[in-house]
Design a protein around this ligand. Sequence first.
Ligand code: ATP
Ligand code: MG
Length: 342
Amino acid sequence: MSKEYTVHELKLQKQTLAALESAGIYYIKDILLYSPTRLAEITGLSKETCEKILDKAIEFLDQHRKRFMPIAELEKTSEKKRFMSTGAHALNRLLQGGWCVGEVTELAGPYGSGKSQACFTALATVFLPSMSQKEIQEILQETEQGEARKGNQKEHWGLNDGDISAVIIDSERTFSVNRFKKIIKRFNLDEKEVMKRIIISRPENAWDQKRIIESLVSVVRENNAKLVVVDSLTKLPRADFSGQGELYARQRLILDMAEKLRRIAINYEAVVLVTNQVVASVGTIGLGFKPTGGHVLGHTVDTRLLLVRATDPYRRVSIMDSSWLPPGECKIKITDEGIADA
Ligand SMILES: Nc1ncnc2c1ncn2[C@@H]1O[C@H](COP(=O)(O)OP(=O)(O)OP(=O)(O)O)[C@@H](O)[C@H]1O
Ligand SMILES: [Mg+2]
């Protein structure tokens, strides 16, 4: 990845710099994710100041970065996508490698569909050593053909390069240490070590959740977090903004949190998983499910998955929408040790 320029390079006034940093904006490319109005809202600076900051940021990047390039270079960067295993190879295949680094993946589904189980499994697999895309593809091919893997070879891959951590924002308060220990065991991880490296936060309400997500950037940076789970992103906002007239405020809050998470995923090369409830909807092919949080969330996440219950312990996972993955679906099962192949 090219050099990341920090906001310090813009030679701004001290207070302006402080306002940007306290809003979690450390890199110049972070600034470009916002309109002047939005930047003013999140930093408390005036809109005029924010317009100037945006101009400066663009000018700076014009001088320091290629704004045009042959698509051959683009191909090189997209080939560098990195993944961590989900715990189920069928799902890894559907996602062409597993949970994708630098992206926000939404897990939507009704009650009991396995959203939390998938997140808890990821909190363990992230601590496995990383593998090259080539090794990952080999495992996926072999497992598809049902070939037994050679005994001493590892079946799953994480993002562990020695000193990583993971964060869970457990809005639903369903994370259980006892249950999680079984998942740690399944992947032969060092329980003590993993327990020290998972950071949990439990928001009290929607506003609290927003503040927690705002302070997440520094937590991710200081702890080298490679996975951020928000389970659930939408439940508290839905509970706290339930009136008809509050829909706009609720959507704004969800969008705001999703935007911040997306920035964290990109700038800190982390996997971000968010869960979301669904509402029943009547579609062209009969009764189905529609994720809550509407279009705002759909446009902000990179990949949107729908999990539905099949006969216990099986679940179907389908790609509802993705910026790069073709539609498809697979079957997984929920076990005592997290999600696994059906
Ligand atoms: N120890 C276990 N062994 C096997 N299956 C389990 C175990 N614990 C939970 N499950 C299964 O997982 C399901 C719950 O999955 P999960 O908690 O991931 O749902 P969810 O999609 O997060 O639901 P919600 O919207 O309520 O948060 C249960 O219905 C149960 O079938
Ligand atoms: Mg859950």
